[in-house]
Design a protein around this ligand. Structure first.
Ligand SMILES: [Zn+2]
Ligand SMILES: [Zn+2]
Length: 279
């Protein structure tokens, strides 16, 4: 029997999400008969890192962290007979800022049950930073900044590799978020090459480290993507390596909890976040 859970969920603490209260996500998860719900809010960005998105809305605020954890713990207790609630973060890996990320994890690692390590930010050739999944306009600007779309993809996969390799201390997340997020606008901006060798290398590293993959349905609902992250060919390769997958909707509103889970492949190994076993 495969575990049923939505392990990638945002909240009203996310500035680019909805105002839906955390409790409404819990109720929706219970209605969907899920065994688990994991809140993985975007961890605050390093204090001296300037959010490169036009709206500066990529992550939760530092001053909200305590309230977020507190509310998660309240709900965990209140609904304990109906669902297992986890509280955690989606942590950004940003080239050049891993020290700050490690400090954040050291500060809050003991208080959380789960975490995802994701790459949304890339360092551009002119040493500025960009956010790859913000908008089509922004993505177009990124392509011209890098000189070619292929170089954007290469840099993305290099950064993912770096995220997997880097030591981020004992609370480093062991699950890699939406591995093919770089394909969010792929139908609009196709590439002239495939990135098989990069992907193969990344999956090999994930296997070696004993990490898991976020199996993320959000891409299915993106106009220019229409695919699960990672895409089907990567899922197949990861499955051949017996890399475990952890399901997530990446919901930014309550009503999309577990959305698209009926379209997930059925012949793969689903797992639960590693910390669950420790408690
Ligand atoms: Zn988000
Ligand atoms: Zn993400």
């Amino acid at each position: 029997m495969q575990p049923t859970g939505d392990f990638h969920v945002h909240t009203n603490f996310c500035p680019h999400g909805s105002l839906d209260k955390m409790e409404s996500y819990v109720k929706e998860a219970i209605e969907n008969n899920l065994q688990y719900l994991s809140f993985t809010e975007h961890a605050p960005l390093p204090r001296n890192f300037i959010d490169p998105t036009p709206a500066s809305d990529s992550a939760m605020k530092w001053e909200d962290v305590e309230d977020y954890i507190k509310e998660g713990n309240r709900l965990k207790e209140k609904y304990r007979d109906q669902i297992s609630i986890l509280i955690g973060f989606e942590v950004d890996f940003i080239e050049g800022y891993h020290q700050d990320t490690e400090e954040f994890l050291n500060q809050y690692g003991d208080q959380i049950d789960d975490a995802i390590l994701s790459v949304h930010m890339l360092k551009a050739p002119d040493n500025t930073y960009v956010c790859i999944d913000y908008s089509t306009e922004e993505f177009e600007r990124i392509i011209s900044l890098f000189g070619s779309i292929e170089f954007v993809y290469e840099t993305y996969y290099q950064t993912v590799k770096s995220a997997i390799k880097h030591d981020l201390g004992k609370h480093k997340p062991t699950r890699i978020g939406h591995l093919t997020l770089i394909e969010k606008f792929a139908n609009l901006y196709p590439t002239n090459k495939t990135f098989d060798s990069e992907i193969d290398e990344i999956l090999k590293l994930i296997k070696e480290k004993g990490y898991m993959l976020d199996l993320n349905t959000a891409g299915l609902y993106k106009t220019h993507c229409k695919s699960i992250y990672p895409n089907q060919s990567v899922i197949k390769k990861a499955n051949q390596l017996s890399i475990p997958f952890v399901t997530g909707s990446d919901s930014h509103e309550a009503k999309t909890i577990a959305r698209g889970f009926d379209q997930l492949p059925t012949d793969i190994m689903l797992s639960v976040p590693s910390k669950i076993y420790k408690s």
